[in-house]
Design a protein around this ligand. Structure first.
Ligand code: ASP
Length: 453
């Protein structure tokens, strides 16, 4: 794989860059961010997270803010946790040598946390202050304006992003400034109260902003050089995925790989804006590009990546002449739906139907579900097999290349792994195999060796 930086961007269209918490954890990291932003004049809109951990046993500012809210809600003092937060921000400002007085903002945050808790408004205001304060610090460092996300990122009364109002607010605010910082993670609702996305939600802010300014690329800067082809806890030093499609990302993230907040893909995907995952600590590395299928270059390896999850159970039903009974599958699935159990896969045979569900889905519902299946379906045989792991081998190339399944199954056979289930979606974007949970790591390593090296 090449390690040359990506081609210079189109200056007419801005780049939106979002920096995660570890990229902004301390003064040294912040200076790296300043240099990255300065290296390309098209990097005109910057979306920061709150400061993250500087060392593995450090605390994230956002976690401390949630603690402040919890204490305030119980009528307890939150001075200690807030003191840690205030010291951290003051330290950052002085280490960076900035002429910025954060005290009025810190005081306002402290009062706001108490007021929101007192009014029973939940933790959103408290949680948002890490980004709000960090945005001011970063804007001072970059020498540009910090827009308040409460003015430009808008939620509806139910706490969902109001995409249209947000789009209009962002476009008109950004028309008036050439370069800006917009803090991630929060916005405001129609009553003017602060709302946040779910954890990790600065990714979503970045995506929404990228769409509003029609960015040439949405750069998401983190502490790894892109999405890895598989879990580094299983395979040593796995290769980085150079490019993948939005759909492949969805398949891989669904099966366990994490890199972006799930909701961050939709705004940029709808606008055809590529996402580039980059490493603040290795800014010359091109990272991973996430693009629309039609713009995807050939992959470096025959597959794009391997992801998986343990903790599934298979419920198998057998009934004579099942294949001739009209509506049988629907009746079986209706039992799962009435029990509120979401289903992952439904592989079937002539007279058998297996339903794969995540163990977490079955918790507390298992007995009622099985009872209902026996009563309404009256199967000849009903079997429950726990301890299934699912492994998704994902790749847009699989569609056109014969022999992929043979390589996959051959690798598993050679590694002595018994395959309990096979499922290939009709898009031929992935092959999912179910194996015993105890074979999970061996299977992932065997597939990695067969396709990637
Ligand atoms: N600071 C928030 C969190 O820790 C949001 C983010 O970092 O994206 O979840």
């Amino acid at each position: 794989m090449s390690s040359s930086p990506p081609p210079p961007s189109n200056p007419a269209r801005p780049i939106v860059c979002k920096f995660g918490g570890t990229s902004l954890a301390g003064a040294e990291q912040m200076r790296r961010v300043r240099d990255i932003v300065a290296a390309d004049p098209a990097r005109r809109v910057v979306v920061p997270s709150a400061p993250g951990k500087r060392t593995p046993d450090d605390r994230k500012i956002t976690d401390l803010l949630y603690l402040c809210h919890d204490a305030a809600e119980q009528g307890l003092s939150f001075n200690e946790a807030f003191g840690v937060i205030a010291d951290r921000f003051r330290g950052l400002v002085s280490d960076l040598g900035l002429n910025l007085d954060l005290d009025p903002l810190l005081d306002a945050a402290r009062r706001g946390i108490a007021d929101a808790a007192h009014a029973g408004r939940g933790p959103d205001y408290a949680a948002s202050r890490g980004e709000a304060l960090n945005g001011r610090v970063l804007a001072a460092l970059l020498g540009c304006r910090c827009l308040d996300a409460a003015d430009v990122i808008r939620f509806d009364a139910a706490g969902r992003l109001d995409a249209d109002v947000t789009h209009d607010a962002l476009t008109s605010a950004l028309k008036r400034v050439d370069r800006a910082v917009i803090p991630g993670f929060y916005g405001s609702d129609p009553d003017g109260h602060i709302r946040t996305f779910s954890r990790g939600g600065s990714d979503v802010t970045g995506a929404v902003v990228a769409r509003a300014v029609n960015a040439s690329v949405y750069e998401n800067w983190t502490d790894v050089s892109g999405l890895l082809t598989t879990d580094p806890r299983i395979v040593d030093n796995p290769a980085v995925i150079d490019s993948l499609t939005y759909r492949e990302l969805r398949e891989l993230s669904y099966s366990g790989a994490t890199v972006l907040h799930a909701e961050a893909v939709f705004p940029v995907r709808a606008a055809g804006i590529p996402v580039n995952i980059r490493n603040t600590n290795a800014p010359d590395h091109p990272g991973t590009r996430i693009v629309a299928t039609e713009n995807a270059a050939p992959t470096a390896y025959p597959i794009t990546g391997i992801a998986g999850r343990k903790d599934f159970t298979v419920i198998s039903l057998e009934k004579d002449l099942m294949n001739e009974a009209v509506g049988y599958v629907e009746r079986v699935l209706a039992v799962f739906s009435r029990a509120g159990v979401s289903v992952e896969h439904v592989p079937s045979g002539i007279d058998t139907l297996s339903v794969v569900v995540a163990d977490a889905e079955l918790a507390g519902k298992r007995d009622v579900l099985l009872e209902e299946l026996r009563r309404t379906i009256a199967p000849d045989h009903l079997e429950i097999d726990p301890d299934l792991a699912l492994i998704a081998t994902v790749g847009r190339n699989m569609k056109t290349q014969p022999g992929m399944a043979a390589t996959l199954f051959g690798a598993l056979a050679k590694a002595g792994v018994n395959i309990r289930m096979i499922d290939q979606g009709s898009g031929e974007l992935n092959i999912i195999v179910g194996v015993n949970a105890g074979d999970y790591e061996t299977a992932v390593r065997a597939i990695y060796t067969a396709f990637i090296g």
